[in-house]
Write a protein of this length. Structure first.
Length: 114
């Protein structure tokens, strides 16, 4: 797969304890992104954060949260991102999704090494 230089980043903010169809929501979204043929997805676990309810979630020892912030980042063309958004919208009950333009410089699979 080749990505054009002008790509778009879909960033999804959810909680670590969020679930969908019996799976952690982040895992379900990554699987769906793969099934929909998106270029790739990365899940990042936050150390601290808060969202629309303003509840603080933190990894500090004295206030250990079981619901740390999770960010899923997916880069692809705007058309594929827009087509995938309804899937995300139907599954995310609390969270946020953003889209921004990105300048894709490299996208390599490692196959056919130089």
């Amino acid at each position: 797969m080749i990505l054009p230089r002008e790509g778009h980043l879909l960033r999804i903010f959810i909680g670590e304890s969020d679930k969908h169809e019996g799976l952690p929501l982040f895992e379900w979204i990554v699987r769906q992104a793969r099934e929909h043929g998106l270029a790739g997805a990365t899940v990042l676990r936050g150390l601290e954060g808060f969202g629309a309810h303003s509840r603080l979630h933190t990894a500090k020892i004295l206030r250990l949260s079981s619901d740390l912030p999770i960010i899923i980042e997916i880069v692809d063309t705007i058309e594929k991102i827009e087509a995938f958004l309804p899937v995300v919208d139907a599954a995310v009950h609390e969270g946020m999704a953003t889209i921004e333009k990105v300048d894709v410089r490299l996208y390599r699979s490692g196959a056919g090494e130089r």
